[in-house]
Design a protein around this ligand. Structure first.
Ligand code: NAP
Ligand code: GLV
Length: 328
């Protein structure tokens, strides 16, 4: 029996509450396997669909949009970053792209600060030290690290998450520098000083990345930028892996040019278990868990469903990345 309901492609199994919400208004084609949907499967599934519920692991490029055809009314992503989506191609076709700003800001900022502390205070190495039975006594300089409190924190990308990180590290009495396409009128409330990128790189003890991944920000932290950092600087990336030239980062870490790295995102994802980064004691890599609290992941899953349903109904998405698709 064919259904009159619109067809929605859902690229991964989602919590039941989200499936229930979507299936009340649409027929769902859900990729049930516990891995990203293969691109050829996505291309085979999308013809005639009305909406795509995507994850950041799914390249939604013009081949997908072309295969979907004229019925496609909305692409809704369960993430704030949309670098996996060809937004320009969506806009050219009049397709709104939904995303999930604000809802994950605090959870992601918490993780950025957790990584600063974890790398600075050598938490992973210290926990391992105990697990392997090396804790035989207390030694004056054993497992000593670097203080976050009172340090200079450089924030690159002073948007929602960048500001939330600034708010947090103020509580650690940090000096806050930020780099952004322009100085921000809100900066005073965070006691954050606008500086150019070179000054930020040269002056910061901790550097935290919060830009989107764009053609401009791809590899914005490369060998030259790493060479400007203090020899004990710690870089934290909770934005996108490709903002950092990872080969250059490995080299800088191996040669002791910087102090350490805390990475929630890598290039590529997942990182290979054989990657040299994972051999370094002063590096912590976690698997893209920036927004991974139960509350936040549920919230953004609902937001993406709400965006998608609005798009199916021809309404303005509550959170649209490309508002230029609307003429008003
Ligand atoms: P946002 O509010 O848009 O902030 C990003 C800021 O970066 C924008 O204000 C932007 O300025 C600025 N920017 C752009 N290019 C820059 C450059 N070359 N140099 C310095 N600043 C630049 O976004 P957000 O909500 O904070 O999220 C930021 C990114 O974090 C997302 O795009 C996503 O990739 C990542 N993220 C990761 C996780 C995770 O799980 N690890 C979770 C959430 C988000 P303009 O306003 O001028 O564009
Ligand atoms: C996660 O990485 C997001 O962009 O929401």
């Amino acid at each position: 029996m064919t259904s009159d309901l619109p067809l929605v492609i859902v690229t991964r199994q989602l919590p039941q509450a989200i499936i229930d919400k979507l299936s009340a208004v649409a027929t769902l084609n859900i990729w049930e396997e516990d891995r990203a949907i293969p691109q050829d499967t996505l291309l085979a599934w999308v013809p005639g669909c009305h909406a795509i519920y995507s994850l950041l692991t799914d390249p939604i490029d013009s081949s997908v949009l072309d295969a979907a055809g004229a019925n496609l009314k909305v692409v809704s992503q369960m993430a704030v970053g949309v670098d996996n989506i060809d937004v320009a191609a969506c806009t050219a076709r009049g397709i709104p792209v939904g995303h999930t700003p604000n809802a994950l800001t605090d959870t992601t900022a918490d993780l950025a600060v957790a990584l600063m502390l974890a790398v600075g205070r050598r938490i992973a190495a210290a926990a391992q030290f105990v697990k392997v039975g090396k804790w035989d006594t207390w030694r004056p300089m054993e497992l000593t690290g670097k203080d976050l409190y009172g340090s200079t924190v450089g924030i690159i990308g002073f948007g929602r998450i960048g500001k939330a990180v600034a708010q947090r590290v103020r509580g650690f009495d940090c000096h806050i520098l930020y780099n952004h396409p322009r100085s921000d009128p809100d900066a005073a409330q965070y006691a954050a000083a606008y500086v150019n990128l070179d000054t930020l790189l040269k002056s910061s003890d901790f550097i935290s990345l919060h830009t989107p991944l764009t053609e401009e920000t791809r590899h914005m932290i490369g060998a030259e930028e790493l060479a400007m950092m203090k020899s004990d600087a710690i870089i934290v990336n909770t934005a996108r892996g490709a903002i950092v030239d990872q080969a250059a980062l490995v080299k800088a870490l191996q040669e002791g040019k910087i102090g350490g790295a805390g990475l929630d995102v890598t290039d590529p994802e997942p990182i290979s278990v054989d990657d040299p980064l994972l051999k370094l004691d002063n590096v912590i890599v976690v698997p893209h868990i920036g927004s991974a609290s139960v509350t936040t992941r549920m919230r953004i899953a609902h937001m993406a469903a709400d965006n998608l349903i609005a798009g199916l109904h021809g309404e303005r998405l509550p959170n649209v990345y490309n508002p230029e698709v609307y003429s008003d």
